[in-house]
Design a binder for this molecule. Sequence first.
Ligand code: NAG
Ligand code: NAG
Ligand code: NAG
Ligand code: NAG
Ligand code: NAG
Ligand code: NAG
Ligand code: NAG
Ligand code: NAG
Length: 866
Amino acid sequence: MATFALLVAAAAVAAQQSSLAPTTTTLDFSVTSSLPVSSQLSIQTSIQATSVLESISASVSDEPASTVTASESASSSAEPQLQSPAPSIPITQYTFEPFPTPSQASVPGVFVETDPLDPPPVDAPVIPDFAPAWATAYAKAKKLISTFTLEEKVNVTTGVGWMNGLCVGNIPAVKDWPGLCLEDAPLGIRFADYVTSFPTGVNTAATFNRRLIRLRGLFMGREFVGKGVNIALGPMMNLGRVAQGGRNWEGFGADPYLAGEASYETILGMQEGGVQACAKHIIANEQEHKRTTSSSNLDDRTQHEIYGHPFLRSVMAGVTSVMCSYNQVNGTYACENDKVLNDLLKREYGFQGFAMSDWQATHSTISAITGLDMTMPGDVTFNSGDSYFGANLTAYVQNGTIPESRLDDMATRIIAGWYLLKQDSEDYPATNFNAFHPDDEATNKHIDVQAEGVDRLVRDIGAASTVLLKNKGNVLPLRKPRSLVLVGSDAGPGRHGPNAVADHGGVDGVLASGWGSGTANFTYLVSPLEAIQRRARKDHTSMSWFLDDWDLARAGNVVIGKTAALVFVNSDSGEQYITVDGNEGDRKNLTAWNNGDNLILAVAAQNNNTIVITHSVGPLIVEPWIDHPNVTAVLWAGVAGTETGNAIKDVLYGDWNPSGRLPYTIAKKVEDYSAQLVLGGGGDQDILALPYNEGLEIDYRHFDAKNITPRFEFGFGLSYTKFSYGNLEIERVPNQDGTQVDLEEAWEQGKPSPHGQGSSAALWLHRPAFRVSFHVKNTGKLFGGDIPQLYVNFPKSSGEPPSVLRGFTNVELLPGQSKRLDIMLSRYDLSVWDTVGQGWRKPEGDIRVSVGASSRDIRVKGRIPV
Ligand SMILES: *[C@@H]1O[C@H](CO)[C@@H](O)[C@H](O)[C@H]1NC(C)=O
Ligand SMILES: *[C@@H]1O[C@H](CO)[C@@H](O)[C@H](O)[C@H]1NC(C)=O
Ligand SMILES: *[C@@H]1O[C@H](CO)[C@@H](O)[C@H](O)[C@H]1NC(C)=O
Ligand SMILES: *[C@@H]1O[C@H](CO)[C@@H](O)[C@H](O)[C@H]1NC(C)=O
Ligand SMILES: *[C@@H]1O[C@H](CO)[C@@H](O)[C@H](O)[C@H]1NC(C)=O
Ligand SMILES: *[C@@H]1O[C@H](CO)[C@@H](O)[C@H](O)[C@H]1NC(C)=O
Ligand SMILES: *[C@@H]1O[C@H](CO)[C@@H](O)[C@H](O)[C@H]1NC(C)=O
Ligand SMILES: *[C@@H]1O[C@H](CO)[C@@H](O)[C@H](O)[C@H]1NC(C)=O
């Protein structure tokens, strides 16, 4: 292994430290080092001032590593485990067999031939069949590349290099083909103006509402198209395995099924909007510390059932691109991992699109053989001027090491995505912004891509994702309070504006985004203070605030005698290249920032109606104050994007009856979680082992299996009304079209599904097999929405955790109203991964289902009739 030191300019951060908020920020690298001032936008260039040169090193292997798996570290001792690099894949001649298109034919009404620009509606009982659309796109792509030279085909696979184009990733034009613009982020367009900063992934998941998730994808997709982006770099679907994980907020929580459904709906929405989506980061990229020099070591079953599942759902949504992750899997880098990219993604899942590297995550030219189709941003390390693809790939093809048929396959997959979304249309906007030089008037056209109604959608998702954790004596919703006081810096606006620091690498005022590449600038940002004050005026409430987190004595004084004291606290995290207050991406603890716990206690000591609102990227330990008798209510607001203040106001005043549910467990102490952040790990050349030894038991699965009482369990959330459940029935869904009956029968007999091209996405496995129906009734006094959740309880002998989420729905009911609801279960939902048979199998014994209001609040039960 050789280590390449990478010197990058860092932007100094706008002075945002102060005695009030002792938050320091270090930017390891940044892309904003030379911004001209735009008079039109009057953007402050305060970022430029004192640049620090920071050296980060990326460890790059001379030779490609092998697909042969390394030994798994079984130890979970406190000392971090280091492992030696796996043996190399030899540079020798390879042959290439293209993966055939999955052969199953569309079945009208069940497996419906689908154009990604016109997906089935949310909750439609059909599975979209994108194969015909892919076939058409492939034919067009093959025709186009038949006119390209070898070098031109190589160019389709090779980014132009860091900061050498308008977007964060750029594929150059070839002849009349215009090339591709690839742009962050999973919640909106990074480095652009007049865009929406949508709610984060984790908040989106907390809605448990497929319609809202789909709409967010659609509105986001249209914004990307409006700016002329071809490929949007999201959604992000790594799981909240480690509560401190820096990028957890970009993803969809700690449950694979929830993350899978959220990925599915997001991609259907984004691609309906016209932009190509990118499912990232495959696979097991669950902590930031040493993300480029660590190996996630996980077993086959865990990989299939937990971490792979959201990627399978993405493929089923017709996603055109997948991004491989920085880390190694079992000692081989994900971007040159034959097992991950070829076996799992392209063969078993039947993925037709292209695999791109994360930025600088390519480690060899031979990665083309192990499944990588595109290297991003193109150069070996940022601005190194060379590439593992480019001239190297040309040479490898010319001397027969890599067959030209494989290069054709790479270029075909990439260009097929472009045709699949009809980006060849003359109406498709040219790229009209400049990620790295937003003030360049020649290239940034400042196009406003925010649609009518998008603010309302962002606000509704914000409200729908707010989780009511405590509401003693029904103090909420607020009813014309005589007086209110808002306490904590998180209640108000940041002192240096909504975009004080590049990529939101700092906390100042209300937290509405994490930090890193997964962010977008705020075109505007509504603080809780602004929204609540406006609303309070309607009732002539006497309104006050105290935004100082550190003067506890005064904070205690100002709340005396007030009808309610609303205390706002937060906790932030982000991507590894930015350090904020000693948090190197991952959070160093699970407590509130900026003196939050003490602030809550100081207020609660003086006010018997203390309402806590948390803006947090993930779980917080709430033990210091949750049982305090004066803490009457707690609202978990997550990281909700640009309308966060309005969303909180809507919930506080009952304009939105809370329906958000926790997408992860809140433990009583950090040790209760089954997976911890692994720190340490030696120098840049040492590979830090991340043993995924907890296997299937992440988050609530572990708390259930080990009988640990959490503070608030996965799926938990209160409402201002009450719901009752009853009359659960389960019936078989007949196979009316008579296709693949033999496979269904074999499954029934407990045989593993056959393994082959697209086998994990097969129709018979995913079509509805059982209908679970039940009644839900609103037994309270207010209109409201409920989120019934279905958990499958496999027999103990299956090795599954006691209960696993396999369904959810949402229902809105008037007081006294009831509805019968259906949740469909597929054979896949009722299967476990058989590591011997390499297929999905029904385990032996009774399979039971539990339906209820959380993972621990089960109301009705039944048994699957198999
Ligand atoms: C390939 O792309 C590079 C820019 O990355 C360009 O300089 C070069 O001319 C292109 N080569 C061909 C054959 O199109
Ligand atoms: C986004 O915010 C950063 C940080 O304030 C700023 O430097 C940059 O110019 C903004 N970008 C756009 C496109 O407005
Ligand atoms: C990792 O190693 C485990 C244990 O040997 C194996 O079950 C799994 O399939 C491997 N996964 C990859 C991607 O190599
Ligand atoms: C080819 O790849 C090697 C690393 O294997 C790199 O050092 C070299 O600069 C690359 N050559 C070109 C022309 O990009
Ligand atoms: C082909 O070219 C690559 C890159 O220059 C080299 O590493 C490899 O050994 C060559 N193979 C043959 C058979 O010449
Ligand atoms: C946890 O980290 C935050 C952010 O760095 C810091 O403000 C806080 O003091 C830490 N909490 C504890 C208990 O150390
Ligand atoms: C609760 O608040 C009241 C003031 O309303 C205060 O007198 C009392 O001591 C507080 N209780 C506790 C346990 O701090
Ligand atoms: C707080 O104390 C006041 C005065 O004793 C009382 O009127 C009020 O009901 C209390 N509020 C709560 C939420 O307990």
